[in-house]
Design a protein around this ligand. Structure first.
Ligand code: URA
Length: 234
């Protein structure tokens, strides 16, 4: 991470004020006075300002999970079903799932206690792209693809234009990637219902360019500083 951004993230100063500190020669990386363009290896390098070591302030926790089907995205379920919270290690403090994946949907889920990130990722005005892998019960025709891309009606309201990429299709159904920027309730399933089809398998594979690859079903890991920064700036 660039040194001025590191200092700003640590809460030392704004990026501009951090540039001034660097220019004044009071910022050191591993004991050596640094220059404006220097990078910090977060977690490895030691950074000091006026002789005092500065660390990243960890205000919030951020996790990414590969949610399996059969879990609800709530902190507690009134029907007693398993919740995504059951998949978190015991020592993790109180977190909340960001948005919802249906009980039967798998894939990328963020959990955090940072309200700003939750707002960023869930408020429709931010139009954050979310990509799903879909397997359908019946083959999707070219005509259906056109309809899905340009918008179909769900409860009388047209869905926004979206990207749909057909990966394969045969007599028993189709496999597609769909990227939507809205987050209406059961939106993907309802979009396929609107073209007289049905979703057999649904997995969220990406939020922006952040993917769930590398995590097995039910696995969780912390997001890196870079990933959090990426999501906040989507
Ligand atoms: N769309 C759906 O239909 N279900 C989900 O879980 C997410 C998006």
């Amino acid at each position: 991470m660039r040194i001025n951004k590191y200092l700003a993230t640590c809460g030392i100063a704004s990026r501009r004020a951090a540039d001034k500190l660097i220019e004044d020669g009071v910022v050191k990386i591993n004991g050596r006075v640094c220059n404006a363009g220097d990078d910090v290896n977060v977690g490895e390098d030691s950074v000091s300002v006026n002789g005092r070591i500065v660390n990243l302030v960890k205000k919030y926790d951020y996790y990414i999970m590969n949610k399996p089907k059969g879990y609800v995205c709530t902190v507690k379920d009134d029907k007693g079903r398993k919740t995504v919270m059951d998949l978190l290690p015991q020592n993790i403090k109180r977190l909340f799932p960001v948005g919802r994946l249906d009980y039967d949907t798998e894939g990328l889920l963020i959990l955090t206690n940072d309200g700003d990130l939750t707002f960023k990722l869930t408020h429709p005005k931010n139009e954050v792209p979310k990509t799903y892998l879909v397997k359908t019960e019946k083959p999707v025709s070219d005509e259906d693809l056109v309809k899905l891309r340009s918008g179909v009606y769900i409860d009388g309201v047209k869905t926004k234009k979206c990207n749909v990429r057909l990966i394969e299709t045969n007599k028993t159904g189709s496999k597609l990637h769909i990227t939507i920027t809205e987050g209406r309730n059961r939106q993907v399933r309802k979009m396929f219902e609107a073209v007289n089809n049905s979703v057999d398998f649904l997995k969220r594979i990406k939020i922006g360019d952040l993917t769930v690859s590398g995590l097995d079903r039910g696995q969780v890991r912390q997001l890196s500083v870079y990933e959090v920064d990426y999501l906040l700036n989507l």
